[in-house]
Design a protein around this ligand. Structure first.
Ligand SMILES: *Cc1c(COP(=O)(O)O)cnc(C)c1O
Length: 390
């Protein structure tokens, strides 16, 4: 046997991380030297870049994805008593932002292979109180938007897509973000592109756009409801509704504009990594990967696998720990929101409510995927997993 040098990571391989180059650093320096570091022209430039990518007329940047979700629910008119249907397999922010508006999140179970919200489960939870559906493109894989839009048409609902995983994904060859009502992105470091913290709502509708702008900045506008015009009072403004300071800075936006130019390259790399995982796991019956729909393209934000414990001596917890010991840091996405103590206490949700979500969560694991993950590192991850499962 030839003496092969084994690859061993010098640093822990995370499940996700940002990709930042000299261009982003230069863009930040340029903004810092400019007259505006917030409320300046860099924000609109970034908004236009995202709107153009998604082929929609309007985009509104926010300080983070959660604030952007909150803005979208506000713009949709969600208030006390209103129900919003969403998935339990998501980050808590999706449903928390409904609660911020005094609305009630109603969970619907996932489909067993796509791990996305199941449209049939949505349909049977629609009541006269339902105002909106908030599907999550889980792990970057597009939900069946046709079925969801059809339900929304039939019941006059707003669709707020939590697209925090899905910038760069395509549904039936249209970009995620080319939406019916609103789609929400996050620019947290592990997402498709990053601005440190950041978020954005894209929409084809002017009325949503105007509400989002107002909500982002204290409910304040210069377009008066009470006065005809402020011709002789150029300092005037009106607070017409209770809003927040949810603005993005020009520093964030400048990073975002550079990242947008790199988005297609990032998507290409993520897709290659996902394909390599799929090929490597094809002959391992204990590993199930997320179902792919022909004609759609995932953003591959995460690479979740599901371990069939009937086909392997080792369970998810043991695999998680073994990977950690090998300097690989997987993650579990997600603990079902309906099982979080706050939700159990305040929304009376409980174990057993959503069997597919719970079954998925019991045995899922997200593997490292990000544009700078090298072949060598990925091979090491694959080899370690194979060794654990055999
Ligand atoms: C990241 C994320 C959010 C929240 O975005 P932040 O920018 O971290 O506030 C919301 N929903 C989902 C599904 C996410 O992954």
């Amino acid at each position: 046997m030839p003496n092969q040098t084994e690859f061993s990571p010098t640093q822990t391989i995370p499940y996700g991380r940002q990709t930042i180059g000299d261009e982003e650093i230069q863009a930040v320096i340029d903004v810092l030297k400019s007259p505006y570091i917030t409320q300046g022209p860099a924000i609109e430039k970034f908004e236009q870049a995202v709107a153009a990518y998604c082929d929609v007329p309007y985009a509104v940047g926010f300080c983070n994805g959660t604030a952007a979700l909150h803005g979208a629910y506000y713009a949709a008119g969600i208030g006390p008593g209103d129900e919003v249907i969403t998935s339990s397999i998501t980050f808590v922010a999706t449903s928390n932002a409904v609660l911020y508006q005094g609305g009630k999140p109603v969970f619907a179970d996932i489909s067993p292979n796509s791990w996305n919200i199941n449209p049939q489960e949505i349909a049977c939870r629609i009541t006269p109180k339902t105002k909106a559906i908030a599907p999550v493109h889980f792990a970057g894989s597009p939900v069946a938007l046709d079925s969801i839009y059809q339900l929304a048409d039939e019941h006059h609902l707003v669709v707020i897509e939590d697209a925090c995983h899905a910038l760069g994904a395509r549904y039936k060859n249209t970009p995620i973000g080319h939406c019916r009502d609103m789609a929400v992105f996050s620019f947290h470091p592990v997402k498709s592109i990053t601005t440190g913290e950041g978020g954005m709502v894209v929409t084809p509708h002017r009325h949503f756009y105007e509400k989002l702008l107002k909500f982002r900045t204290h409910g304040i506008t210069k377009d008066s409801q009470q006065f005809k015009v402020f011709e002789d009072q150029p300092w005037q403004y009106e607070m017409q509704d209770l809003g927040y300071n949810y603005r993005m800075t020009d520093i964030q936006a400048a990073i975002g504009t550079v990242q947008m130019q790199k988005l297609d390259g990032f998507m290409e790399r993520r897709s290659q990594i996902a394909q390599r995982y799929r090929e490597a796991f094809r002959d391992i019956p204990a590993i199930q990967t997320q179902e792919e729909t022909t004609g759609d393209a995932s953003a591959n934000h995460l690479f979740p696998i599901w371990i069939d414990v009937t086909k392997t001596p080792i369970n998810r917890t043991q695999l998680f720990k073994a990977l950690q010991n090998a300097r690989i840091a997987p993650q579990v996405h997600y603990i079902p929101v309906h099982l979080q103590p706050y939700y159990q206490e305040h929304l009376r949700t409980k174990q057993g409510d959503f069997p597919e979500a719970e079954r998925y969560h019991e045995s899922c694991l997200s593997l490292p995927i990000y544009p700078t993950l090298s072949h060598e590192e990925q091979d090491y991850v694959i080899k370690t997993i194979k060794a654990c499962l055999s």
